[in-house]
Design a protein around this ligand. Structure first.
Ligand SMILES: [Zn+2]
Length: 165
């Protein structure tokens, strides 16, 4: 089993990001899934999410699926990377689910594994549930959920367990 290369690290999601993501939580039966990429900094073993992209018109969205396209997301990521002296990086993916306790689907796990292939740095994956989110960290060897937490947090700061496998 592969160890995460970032033991003792934290995943930190800034207050502004958490509150802005609230708008995309699926509360009504008519709400479609939303998603985008997570942007921010890697500092040693820490992953610091300071921004995200919202859904763009090219994305395919239904109540139970979200298929992110490159258009829009790539431009925002590139602009932030340039504006930050090449410090703000692609950190992972987020999307919403129409379920109270968010869990990755088999499609999610398959897509994430594809993104992790041939990557040296870990990625963060966030799914917004209507009540409980799912936040995990993936490496080329595994994808592990961090401590579960309820929606409505102001700021997310979770420890990445040293022995995550
Ligand atoms: Zn999903």
């Amino acid at each position: 089993m592969a160890k995460l290369p970032i033991g003792d690290g934290h995943v930190l999601v800034e207050n502004g990001v958490v509150s802005a993501l609230e708008a995309f939580r699926q509360r009504e039966p008519s709400d479609r899934e939303a998603g985008g990429i997570l942007l921010g900094y890697r500092r040693g073993p820490h992953v610091h999410v300071t921004g995200f992209t919202p859904p763009f018109p090219a994305d395919r969205r239904t109540r139970r699926s979200f298929d992110r396209k490159v258009e829009g997301h790539a431009e925002v990521a590139h602009r932030q990377w340039r504006a930050s002296d090449e410090q703000i990086d692609y950190l992972g993916e987020w999307h919403s689910h129409p379920e109270s306790d968010a869990r990755p689907s088999s499609v999610d796990l398959r897509e994430w594994s594809k993104l992790l292939r041939d990557r040296n740095s870990p990625l963060v994956f966030l799914i917004l549930g209507s009540r409980n989110d799912w936040l995990g960290v993936g490496t080329s060897g595994s994808i592990d959920r961090l401590v579960p937490y309820a929606a409505g947090k102001e700021r997310i700061d979770l420890e990445i367990p040293n022995d995550a496998t």
